[in-house]
Design a protein around this ligand. Structure first.
Ligand code: NI
Length: 147
């Protein structure tokens, strides 16, 4: 639970927002499916995600912990070798990885990272841009001493 979820009604600021109807309908459907108690709660979470994403994009530096999740086609020529080579280059920040053979061609890999944010970003960009990577997601948060 985040601190700003504990604040009382009195401390909340009210804002008016104009939205196109279809955007609001989509948003309301999602918050209802996800079981939010109110639209306001959904909007607060959406704003938190937006802020986190912005900060993440601009502030992957200093010590970070995170994961890179990947789905890739291991039959793509050279891909498995490149994947291994890049990870060996950054072995200092890779804590562990999980590899699951999904089907004949596809692999799921989750790489767990702890280290300098710039190096994490650089490693992620190298892996994500490889030909044959079908899905990828980098998630990072500040190291535990800043949480
Ligand atoms: Ni595999």
């Amino acid at each position: 639970m985040q601190d700003d979820k504990k604040i009382t009604e009195k401390e909340l600021m009210r804002i008016g927002v104009s939205l196109p109807d279809n955007l609001l309908v989509k948003f309301d459907n999602i918050i209802s499916e996800r079981g939010y108690s109110s639209r306001s709660e959904g909007i607060r979470d959406a704003i938190r995600s937006y802020i986190n994403h912005y900060e993440w994009m601009n502030d992957i530096k200093g010590r970070r912990i995170g994961t890179i999740s990947l789905v890739y086609d291991h039959t793509k020529r050279g891909l498995s070798n490149m994947m291994a080579e890049i990870q060996h280059e950054h072995s200092g920040i890779i804590k562990t990885s999980i590899h699951i053979h999904l089907d004949h061609d596809n692999c799921l890999e989750v790489v767990v990272l702890d280290g300098d944010g710039k190096e994490i970003k650089s490693l992620a960009e190298k892996i994500i841009s490889l030909n044959g990577v079908k899905f990828s997601k980098l998630t990072t948060v500040p190291s535990t001493d800043k949480l």
